[in-house]
Design a protein around this ligand. Structure first.
Ligand code: ASP
Length: 343
């Protein structure tokens, strides 16, 4: 008898396990009839994927049961800590998670689980697993299979693809293909055949997890013609880091914004310059608006998603680095996230 790989499912909540709460006519305008709320837990999900046990030995643990909008750094640390503590016992991990902040958690785990030697796959669904017309079953089965593959990365499985988790972002409220990876081909495509698209990373060093994140990081959109009062207000309000979403290749209006960036950097608040575009690589040398921001001390964000650019700053700010070391680390490739210096 062949030995089946062992996969641990860590249940954190999300639509996958939700059900309709008591019918409330006031909420009849919800797309599901009534708002969905967390209900199903851990092992219950296996009842919906009979047959999976023939290929994979599955166990489940309940970590929490939340809408992912209510999750944050403390939950990221808890999920990462649970995985690290059980690393020797399993061949891979599946994290069942709400889709709304799944990309944020994936980024956090990708930075925190340094030297990860085994697959960690986050998945969820757009409709609950208890509904006949659900996308949960296929996501769950394929995630479990991806967690047995030779892909030692934090991934997001959704629709047909296993994405590198820190390159993926939720782009659709409606579609069963809710996630995209704007600047990196998926790691794996699960069609009739299983196709490898982007080669997985090889762990750069020994497994050395670190689970601290600075919570006081703001993400701000630049509005054409606006004065930089939001940036000044964030710094005055106690932000320890800022991710600024400028235009195109990372441009900001030349009036006021470079000075505001310089003022923030001078008081020790790093400012990462992202873009409002979904695809492409930020290049702060391409136009005068980006160049002025770069000269003022802005950090380029390469082709990171906004989630990766933000969580990377949250992670590095909590590592006790000097300002200069943080600047260097921010632009370095930590986990295949598409850093400015990535090849
Ligand atoms: N609001 C839900 C959540 O993120 C949506 C989902 O799971 O798809 O928890």
């Amino acid at each position: 008898m062949s030995i089946r790989p062992r996969v641990l499912f860590l249940y954190t909540g999300g639509t996958l396990g939700m059900s309709k709460r008591a019918v409330d006519p006031a909420h009849a305008d919800s797309p599901f009839g009534v708002p969905l709320a967390p209900s199903l837990v851990a092992e219950d999900v296996f009842a919906y994927v009979r047959g999976l046990e023939e290929e994979v030995s599955v166990e489940a643990e309940l970590l929490c049961n939340l809408d992912s909008s209510d999750m944050g750094p403390s939950h990221w640390a808890r999920i990462g800590g649970a995985i690290a503590a059980r690393m020797q016992r399993y061949d891979g991990f599946v994290v069942l998670h709400g889709t709304d902040t799944m990309a944020w958690t994936a980024c956090a785990l990708s930075f925190a689980l340094r030297g990860l030697p085994k697959p960690v796959v986050l998945t969820g669904s757009q409709r609950p697993i208890a509904f006949v017309r659900t996308d949960a079953r296929v996501n769950l089965v394929h995630s479990a299979l991806c967690a047995t593959m030779d892909v030692p990365e934090v991934g997001i499985y959704f629709g047909r693809w296993l994405f590198r988790g820190n390159r993926a972002t939720k782009t659709s409220i409606q579609s069963y293909d809710a996630f995209e990876s704007p600047d990196l081909a998926p790691l794996v495509e699960m069609g009739v055949e299983v196709l490898r698209r982007t080669p997985p990373r090889v762990p750069a060093g020994p497994f050395a997890p670190a689970f601290a994140f600075e919570e006081a990081v703001a993400v701000l959109d630049v509005v054409p013609g606006s004065a930089p009062y939001v940036l000044a207000a964030a710094v005055a309000g106690g932000a320890k880091g800022v991710v600024l979403r400028g235009f195109g290749a990372g441009n900001v209006p030349q009036r006021g914004w470079p000075d505001a960036i310089r003022a923030a950097v001078t008081v020790g608040v790093p400012v990462a310059l992202h873009t409002q575009c979904l695809r492409g690589t930020v290049d702060l040398r391409a136009y005068e608006g980006g160049r002025a921001a770069l000269d003022a001390g802005a950090l380029p964000t390469g082709s990171m998603t906004v989630e990766a650019a933000t969580v990377k700053l949250m992670f590095l700010l909590a590592q006790g680095l000097t300002e200069e070391d943080l600047r260097v680390a921010y632009q370095a490739d930590l986990a295949g996230e598409g850093a400015a210096s990535a090849p």
